[in-house]
Design a protein around this ligand. Structure first.
Ligand code: ADP
Ligand code: MG
Length: 399
């Protein structure tokens, strides 16, 4: 994707009203935020606009109120977290459009920040309703979208608004789009993709898209079992979608035609029970898995070979852990491969982009998240991007 405007394209914003779509859908516990990563991601954009003299109105959804006011899902609950991260006072505004917003904007001085109410309190949000969006746009001079994580939804605050006002990508959005562009749109070749996680069924579109785009597809995690089974391997009582063996074969055929090498593990870590450090733990060849054993991680020989594959590549896209990494020692393959990828990135030989809820957790667990070129925390939007889909919130920015 290209051709979107950024904050660099804004002229003088002094006294102008900036409507900034951010991700404030913070994990909460008893009324306070337990993780402010999303606010930290949006902070550079908010502060840059405020410091340039704009009146900044933050627009976000919070939870799933289903188009009705719900006092337990007001964005006022995240006001403290936003103020803490920004180190500024923020005015809470209990509407997204209308007189109260107009009056509040009149009170805001240049450089002040307001926090609008949860946009999902109104049905027009999720319906991407043009009139609802017009009401929000009425108070603003321009629109900035800094919430890539919501860009896979065609909602009023992500899509319709971008067509009503001059629109710009915020700094976090800009960084994300550039990283994703460098990873799959115009990557340095050869490209490797690591796809792991529990099930093939949740990542069918990801796999199908990737085989047409990358030179090496490394499959790990529970989903590798389905591919192994499709190749005639007896995977014992491993997690395996036996009904998807035809699909797995079709993906491998498509890969063959596209010149993409599919890498499946040839040794695996197995156990009779799924528990930490079980007595029945052993490493074996994939053809030696017993009837009462399950595969819970990729084996050490395969991990070493996969590391060698990464050494021949210039770009890596990673989604999904290689094993059941939450339980020791089934984190070993994920940790080892992540460390190899991180070291190659730090050496300057690899551009590495990773995303996915459990993937981010696994890379943090490996202690290497900071050594990747880019880590996306966008969840659903990241997966849809890996599926090759156009994200409505991104498309609207480049229109
Ligand atoms: P992400 O959230 O990064 O997209 P997924 O949700 O697809 O990743 O997959 C993560 C889950 O897959 C983890 O909970 C992990 O325990 C599980 N998993 C990985 N390998 C296996 C395996 N061999 N058997 C069972 N579960 C596995
Ligand atoms: Mg997950």
């Amino acid at each position: 994707m290209s051709g979107f405007r950024t904050l660099d394209d804004l002229g003088d914003v002094t006294g102008k009203v900036a409507l900034v779509r951010v991700d404030l859908n913070l994990p909460m516990n008893g009324g306070s935020a337990t993780d402010v990563t999303r606010v930290e991601a949006a902070a550079p954009t908010i502060l840059e606009l405020a410091d340039a003299g704009a009146k900044v109105l933050l627009l976000a959804h919070f939870g799933r109120p289903g188009g009705k006011r719900n006092s337990t899902m007001s964005t006022s609950f995240v006001q403290d977290a936003v103020e803490d991260v920004l180190g500024r006072e923020v005015m809470f505004i209990s509407e997204v459009a209308g007189t109260i917003v107009d009056q509040s904007v009149a009170i805001l001085r240049d450089g002040d920040i307001g926090l609008l109410e949860n946009t999902r309190f109104w049905a027009g949000e999720e319906a991407n309703d043009a009139d609802f969006a017009k009401g929000i746009a009425a108070t603003a001079d321009f629109f900035v979208n800094d919430a890539f994580s919501a860009a896979h939804r065609a909602h009023a605050s992500t899509e319709a608004l971008a067509h009503l006002l001059p629109s710009y990508a915020g700094r976090a959005m800009e960084k994300e789009l550039k990283a994703l562009d460098a990873a799959l749109e115009k990557p340095e070749q050869p490209v490797a993709a690591v796809v792991g996680g529990a099930k093939v069924s949740s990542k069918l579109d990801v796999l199908t898209n990737l085989v047409g785009k990358v030179q090496h597809l490394i499959i790990g995690g529970g989903m590798a079992n389905t591919f192994l089974a499709a190749r005639g391997v007896d995977v014992g009582k491993s997690l395996c979608e036996h009904d998807l063996t035809d699909t797995a074969n079709a993906i491998m055929d498509k890969a063959d035609h596209a010149g993409c090498t599919v890498h499946l593990p040839y040794d695996v870590v197995v156990s009779q029970e799924f528990a930490a450090n079980p007595a029945s733990l052993r490493v074996c060849n994939v053809h030696e898995v017993a009837e009462d054993e399950m595969i819970l991680d990729v084996g050490p020989l395969a991990v070493e070979a996969l590391g060698d594959v990464l050494k021949t590549c210039r770009t890596l896209v990673w989604n999904g852990p290689m094993g059941a990494f939450e339980t020791e020692p089934f984190d070993e393959a994920t940790v080892a491969l992540a460390k190899t990828a991180a070291a190659l990135t730090q050496d300057g030989s690899l551009i590495s982009v990773a995303g996915g809820g459990d993937t981010v957790a696994a890379l943090n667990h490996a202690g290497v998240a900071g050594d990747f070129s880019y880590i996306s925390t966008a969840g659903g939007a990241f997966l849809e991007w890996m599926e090759g889909k156009e994200l409505p919130g991104v498309a609207a920015l480049s229109a």
